[in-house]
Write a protein that binds this ligand. Structure first.
Ligand code: SF4
Length: 436
């Protein structure tokens, strides 16, 4: 069982701006909210004395080229090891360095999962037959560099104007009406954005409305909050109570209501996490984790295994590990399908099957999630994996490209030629179709 001893010196005391912040203050979610860092100047002020001028300039330049705005809790900033920020797994997830950025893959598209094509009403993605994704808000407590929904989430940046999905009643009403009218929908993911940014009354309203729809059997509230601001679970009692009440109501009506969260590295697990996870477990709330496979963060079997084991001990089911989607500005973080398959092989067997995550590719173009090694064809030389999804989009093929950095210099050069790139994609799809 995970035990976190009380440290003699609080882990945030190395940051001079927060040196005198008491444990009580630091563990108060409102203090974390009030002191969230949302722009480069605030970040530079906090990092003065612990990060070099070169690092701060590199961060400023990275933020100017990023599709995601910045929002960081002091908790997260303090968990970064600022003596080695280049290789720190948390810094890599939330703070881009301009010097790390590489050109995007030629197949990169805005909204790479083609969610707009499956939106029945604004903010309701109905891709799979029996389930739908409700984008309830477009705000998050932090912004991750690699967010799949960078097309919508957070405020506009220098490089991206967002497609808003604000938490308004009018928009929600259309979503509820659609779900009520379509009895094939049995399962709703309430996401965005992040449910941590919904008010307790909004959690209650969404939960009660969805539970009242007879054909809805499962509801999943998605939040990264447990990983990046766990003190909100324990100190924002009205938010946690609202979630608990919805879970209890669901249980009475035979509707499963659970929480999906997002840890990517063991460094994100602290004493605050343990307390929050214990509280949720004590209230009978099922929690599942959806991690993203990221170069320089968790592309190591020992790191992933440790994450899986620690989450399991906290009764957070390690449900998925996603291959990183094609997103603007994060090509340096993606891994090849071959690497993902190898990591899956190493992790499988370390613990019970029900706590072993499925490694999946969310296929570009809208084929949905496929187990990473279930490709119809994989040409590692061209860096292309082809997947079919007979129960989602029958007859279609979907192509996931490896990062160009995993290919030979000659292949990389070929990919820079648009006509040749198109030929390579068409050739693998034809080969997959011929073999199917
Ligand atoms: S918390 Fe989730 S939705 Fe928000 S930026 Fe991160 S990955 Fe995207």
């Amino acid at each position: 069982m995970i035990q976190f001893k009380q440290a003699a010196v609080p882990f945030w005391s190395g940051i001079s701006a927060w040196r005198d912040v008491s444990e009580e203050q630091f563990g108060d979610w409102l203090w974390q909210e009030r002191n969230a860092i949302t722009n480069a100047d605030e970040l530079a002020a906090v990092l003065r004395g612990i990060a070099s001028d070169e690092m701060i300039s590199d961060l400023r330049a990275g933020l100017l080229h990023a599709p995601m705005a910045m929002r960081l809790t002091p908790y997260l900033v303090a968990l970064i090891d600022w003596s080695t920020p280049e290789s720190d797994p948390l810094r890599r997830q939330f703070l881009p360095l301009r010097s790390e950025m590489v050109d995007p893959h030629p197949l990169l598209k805005f909204d790479s999962l083609d969610e707009h094509a499956d939106m029945k009403v604004p903010g309701l993605v109905h891709r799979y037959r029996d389930r739908a994704l409700f984008l309830a808000t477009d705000h998050c407590p932090v912004y991750c560099r690699f967010c799949t929904r960078s097309y919508s989430v957070g405020v506009d940046t220098e490089v991206l104007v967002k497609d808003r999905h604000s938490p308004t009643r009018d928009r929600w009403r259309k979503v509820f009406d659609h779900v009520r009218s379509d009895s094939t929908i049995n399962d709703i993911v309430v996401s965005g954005g992040d449910c941590f940014r919904l008010k307790p009354a909004q959690i209650k309203e969404i939960g009660e409305e969805l539970i009242s729809i007879p054909h809805v059997r499962r509801i999943r509230f998605a939040t990264k909050g447990l990983a990046i601001q766990p003190m909100k679970i324990t100190s924002a009692t009205d938010w946690t109570d609202a979630l608990t009440n919805v879970c209890d109501l669901g249980r009475k009506r035979q509707v499963e209501v659970c929480l999906h969260t997002h840890f990517n590295h063991p460094n994100e697990i602290t004493g605050y996490t343990v307390e929050a996870a214990r509280l949720l477990f004590g209230r009978g709330i099922t929690v599942r984790n959806q991690a993203v496979l990221l170069r320089g963060v968790n592309d190591d079997a020992r790191v992933l295994s440790s994450l899986v084991k620690q989450l399991s001990d906290l009764h957070i089911h390690p449900y998925y590990v996603y291959a990183c989607d094609l997103v603007h500005g994060i090509e340096d973080m993606r891994l090849s399908v071959r690497s993902a398959c190898l990591l899956e092989k190493m992790v499988r067997g370390i613990t019970a099957g029900f706590n072993t995550p499925a490694f999946v590719v969310d296929t570009p173009g809208g084929g949905g999630k496929r187990v990473v090694h279930s490709y119809d064809l994989y040409d590692a030389d061209l860096g292309l994996a082809v997947y079919s999804a007979p129960s989602v989009k029958p007859g279609q093929f979907f192509v996931y490209p490896d990062p160009l950095s995993s290919l030979s210099p000659a292949r990389r050069e070929e990919w820079r030629n648009a006509k040749r790139a198109d030929e390579m994609v068409r050739s693998v799809v034809e080969r997959a179709r011929a073999g199917s």
